[in-house]
Design a binder for this molecule. Sequence first.
Ligand SMILES: Cc1ncc(COP(=O)(O)OP(=O)(O)O)c(N)n1
Ligand SMILES: Cc1nc(C(=O)O)sc1CCOP(=O)(O)O
Ligand SMILES: [Mg+2]
Length: 208
Amino acid sequence: MTSALGRLHVLTDADGGPRALAVVAAAVAAGAPVVQVRAKGCSDRVLHDFARAVVELCRPAGTTVLVNDRVDVALAVGADGTHLGADDLPLAAARRVAGPGHLLGGTARDPQQARQLVAEGADYLGVGPAFATTTKTGLPDPIGVAGVGAVAAAVPVPVIAISGVTAARVGELIAAGATGVAVVGAVTGAADPGAATAELLRALEDSR
Ligand SMILES: Cc1ncc(COP(=O)(O)OP(=O)(O)O)c(N)n1
Ligand SMILES: Cc1nc(C(=O)O)sc1CCOP(=O)(O)O
Ligand SMILES: [Mg+2]
């Protein structure tokens, strides 16, 4: 069975280079409950080796590891789950590949899409873009706190708000119905990723 999903998802950034692993180590040491391996533009070998290294860092701490886009890589390295967006393998197909015990998350931007993903078997939803971000290009206009809340009201699975999330914005997202948050820049771009992780965890605790 899949474990209860953590409320803070720290996403790695870009190419899975050595600094990315140092950021993961700091976030895990600070108590991040979920790390998502997100590495774009790298070879399958680089992605596999990076994802395996993340799993090796996270396992001793009991940190859940998700892999973005690639259920094959997630299974190959023993990760706990996979996150799938509109351009990735359909969630139902990923479920056939992964079987019942593998966490599958989908990206939702509105209640209808959210309900469809849950019907296909999504264990959780990443919902955004909550706010504007420079981390990822090509996004639709931000849906705002209200848009996140509309999705959270429509589905029974955990809703993880993403895009432009900072510690200061956690409270309003949780008050609107989000279960937790996902971040890239707030941790990977911080001078002290461990301290940034701890600040986000405090904001989540305060929002209970
Ligand atoms: C928690 C979470 N939510 C949303 C996303 C975005 O995933 P996706 O739509 O597949 O886009 P890319 O991340 O692949 O650019 C996510 N990764 N995690
Ligand atoms: C990976 C990703 N997916 C998004 C979506 O809305 O689908 S926004 C995003 C980037 C989030 O980075 P930051 O926390 O630095 O804003
Ligand atoms: Mg994707």
